[in-house]
Design a protein. Sequence first.
Length: 395
Amino acid sequence: MASVHELEFLKEKINELKEQGVYRRLPELQGPSGAVSVINGKEVVNLSSNNYLGFANHPRLKRAAIDAVEKYGAGAGAVRTIIGTMDIHNELERILAEFKREEAVIVFQSGLTCNSGTIPAVMEEGDLIISDELNHASIIDGCRLSKADTVRYKHSDMNDLERVLKENVHKYRNRMIITDGVFSMDGDIAKLPDIVGLAERYDCMTYIDDAHASGVLGQSGRGTVDHFGLHGRVDFTIGTLSKAIGVMGGYVAGRQVLVDWLKHRGRPFLFSTAQPPAVVGAIIEAVKMLMESTEYTERLWENAKYFKAKMKDLGFNTGKSETPITPVIIGEEAKAMKFSDKLFEEGVFAQGIAYPTVPKGTARVRTIVTAGHTKEQLDRAVEVFRKVGEEMKVI
Ligand SMILES: *Cc1c(COP(=O)(O)O)cnc(C)c1O
């Protein structure tokens, strides 16, 4: 018998992953995340980052991070509620509230902790959460951590949402509909005007996780609520600072009373240390850049439309994408992985994604075009897709 410390039970699980062909070695960046990156020793066009605006390695953000380190040091020293709140944390929350055109904002360490911290802080036993079946894992975590009942509705299916509402709302005290703003695997946008309309009819709160819409949709990236002109009609808006904003963190935007409550009951805010000064300084700079100019989001959308049109013209199945996330749907799991490997050999990095992240038979490579890509780089990527697509008889 092996000793318990050999962790045999984990070895067995790892072997199962290997047998199923889903054991992964992480690709490694040797340098910054950019439109072109060095990955596993090879310079390639990077179509897999969430660095939508090219901010992750932007000189203005780097400068702001260095300045913040010089002035405030490397760490915040405590959780926000003890003595980890610096003036720059408060400034960040003020500027984000202004940017989002909301009463108040509270910043967390990540988008994930926004969901896992906020949902259980506001929903409890006797309450109902109504959740799109494709919502992000961190929303599912947040729902589980709350003691509320959770009912799922079919993805973006408004008839099914209304059915769930009709059958359930009268049984519960507080009711909340939760949806992603932009769905990460297909790049489709939530039907927010319909969702808000149904929420108002059935007296429910609304909660939108705008991770892939922050810095992408709406005026200068103000998000899905701004995109649809629904200001004041969505109760909880979650944004991430880790994707388009290029750094790390998340925020909850909404009423002042919500922010006051989360400062007392949002567990990641109370029990995990405040973001370090470099992170906060760089984010403030990024938000200022978006408030000064729409040039970054304009370039992002121009590139996204350019790339998507070329891929469609070649005959690739790009699903129902409406955003810079463009899936290239291959179908069979092993084929999608092979497709991704061949792209890499030809100088393009686009991660293969298979079951269980997406339904069986819809395996894909997912591409995200950024504002940082040049037309020449996009043309090169399209040419590689054409070559591999023809070789593998995808087109
Ligand atoms: C990426 C993502 C998150 C997590 O955001 P982080 O800031 O990276 O923790 C949460 N929700 C959705 C929908 C996401 O796509």
